[in-house]
Design a protein around this ligand. Sequence first.
Ligand SMILES: NC(=O)c1ccc[n+]([C@@H]2O[C@H](COP(=O)([O-])OP(=O)(O)OC[C@H]3O[C@@H](n4cnc5c(N)ncnc54)[C@H](O)[C@@H]3O)[C@@H](O)[C@H]2O)c1
Length: 387
Amino acid sequence: MTRKTVRIAMNGVTGRMGYRQHLVRSILALREQGGLDLGDGTTLWPEPVLVGRREHALRALAERHDLEHWSTDLDTVLADDSVDIYFDAQVTSAREEALRQAIAAGKHLYTEKPTATGLDGALELARLANAAGVKHGVVQDKLFLPGLLKLKRLIDGGFFGRILSVRGEFGYWVFEGDWQEAQRPSWNYRAQDGGGIVVDMFPHWEYVLHELFGQVRTVQALTATHIPQRWDERGKPYDATADDAAYGIFELDGGVVAQFNSSWAVRVNRDELVEFQVDGTEGSAVAGLRDCRVQHRATTPKPVWNPDLPVTESFRDQWQEVPDNQDGADGFGNGFKAQWELFLRHVYADAPYRWDLLAGARGVQLAELGLRSSAEGRRLDVPELTL
Ligand SMILES: NC(=O)c1ccc[n+]([C@@H]2O[C@H](COP(=O)([O-])OP(=O)(O)OC[C@H]3O[C@@H](n4cnc5c(N)ncnc54)[C@H](O)[C@@H]3O)[C@@H](O)[C@H]2O)c1
């Protein structure tokens, strides 16, 4: 077995996503399992080069995980020929510029979503990366979640018959930051800093809908800023200028209607922080991050509307759990790590990979059109993107 070291510049690893999901749960987890076996006698050994703005934070992180390489100078890291891949989990507003630099330096790219703050920039990145001949991938982690993998299995197995509609319910209460610390970064609530729930969540809804149910053809959204004032990381009040809730309706290729509520100002009365209910002629399913429950046509109860009588059936108990049916110690692995593995196989073993910068641009497009739909108060077509 040959061991091939792969150096990956990881920018934004002091952040929530960069640290927990990408560094610890993906790249360091790959090292813990002995690297990534490509199946051709080669094991890839990922070696992160931590990149960021704050020296003390990077040094502390490197020490905590016994990592040798870190830098606050992106230019120097990109000029280093031994670095193959540039990964970006910075705040959204800093991404486009850094990705452009990485493309110019000839690095392969792997990046968080949204890839840019506007559609033009997102498409330009895809064009530039293709012209430079580098490989590129965009995080679409929800596709690799156990709940959605089970949903996909049901779709592929023909469980639903004709799919009619999809209802997505996403959200939880994000504390304002005054009497309890907010559990999300304050830039998320400032439009001028790339925040907003549409920009954050519509890219996810785009690929979830597209990959499972059909490409989005129209969007109609109503956004709101329910909480107009919040308190930042230093306890200072600020105006929340971005949307913190979005109520969207999407028409899909093939006629499926999807309706998604996304909110950071909602209290959870669900089993999971996101749930998708799919209704089809033959059966229905409710999938969360991990679990998925189904109800078949043959086991569907026949409720009769009568507000004069108390409910006698326990509707939730009439659903059946979809089993994992998945090998491995913990069944499904971490979704971010699963996608990293596919990307590394794409770069080093030429495995096919479709979650690229064009796919990322579709997410940016849906967010942009969602915001416009809300501002203009009308339903908008979602044109097919080409490069
Ligand atoms: N795939 C997902 O499920 C998912 C979930 C949440 C966030 N995200 C995306 O990941 C990215 C990071 O989000 P996060 O929640 O980890 O944010 P965060 O605020 O926790 O981290 C941001 C990172 O960017 C760095 N940074 C660079 N320039 C900065 C600047 N000018 N101001 C502030 N920080 C700066 C910070 O040091 C930090 O490392 C965003 O683009 C977001 O859309 C993806």
